[in-house]
Write a protein that binds this ligand. Structure first.
Ligand SMILES: CC(C)(COP(=O)(O)OP(=O)(O)OC[C@H]1O[C@@H](n2cnc3c(N)ncnc32)[C@H](O)[C@@H]1OP(=O)(O)O)[C@@H](O)C(=O)NCCC(=O)NCCS
Length: 141
């Protein structure tokens, strides 16, 4: 996932900030926390015995699901892996009636991807001033 973050955000986030974000969010401890959360779903996509994609989903209040950490390696992009990870994660929560997520405002490729999957923009996501601006996207199921 570190590789995918660097590939994805080099042009959007300043290098020092990217190092800081990776050091906080992509640590073995954070992975262990996410993997050991019994309410959460972690999915990986494997191709030629290598992990090429990942996503994480968490049930929320009001029959909602939060999708996060949807990453596909650049070398495996545009093969339907992101779409399959996203739809498979949603299928695991049959009682949910909507999906929400946050995406960097300048991540135009990801925004286009989510729109192609039926999401729409739902306004800015509150973030500390020193973090890059994000928007919320949502999809009604
Ligand atoms: C965004 C991302 C998850 C898409 O995954 P993917 O496996 O490449 O996408 P898919 O092959 O499933 O694409 C499904 C559809 O989404 C749209 N889409 C995907 N990537 C797109 C792009 N770069 N620009 C515009 N539309 C795109 C297309 O309509 C595509 O269908 P098509 O290939 O038949 O035209 C992936 O490119 C990625 O990991 N990007 C970097 C990390 C990131 O930004 N993650 C989101 C964090 S919120």
């Amino acid at each position: 996932m570190r590789k995918s973050w660097r590939e994805s955000y080099t042009e959007i986030i300043a290098p020092e900030k990217l190092d800081e974000i990776c050091a906080v969010w992509l640590t073995p401890q954070k992975f262990t926390e996410r993997l050991s959360d019994k309410n959460a779903l972690n999915l990986v996509a494997i191709s030629n015995e290598q992990i090429v994609g990942h996503t994480y989903a968490l049930p929320r209040q009001h029959s909602s699901i939060l999708i996060a950490y949807l990453y596909v390696l650049k070398s495996s992009a545009r093969r339907g892996i992101g779409k399959t990870l996203l739809s498979s994660a949603i299928e695991c929560f049959p009682d949910a009636n909507h999906v929400e997520l946050g995406v960097l405002e300048h991540n135009h490729a990801a925004i286009a991807f989510y729109k192609s999957q039926g999401f729409f923009e739902a306004g800015p996501e509150p973030k500390p001033d020193d973090e890059p601006p994000s928007i919320k996207m949502t999809k009604v199921l």
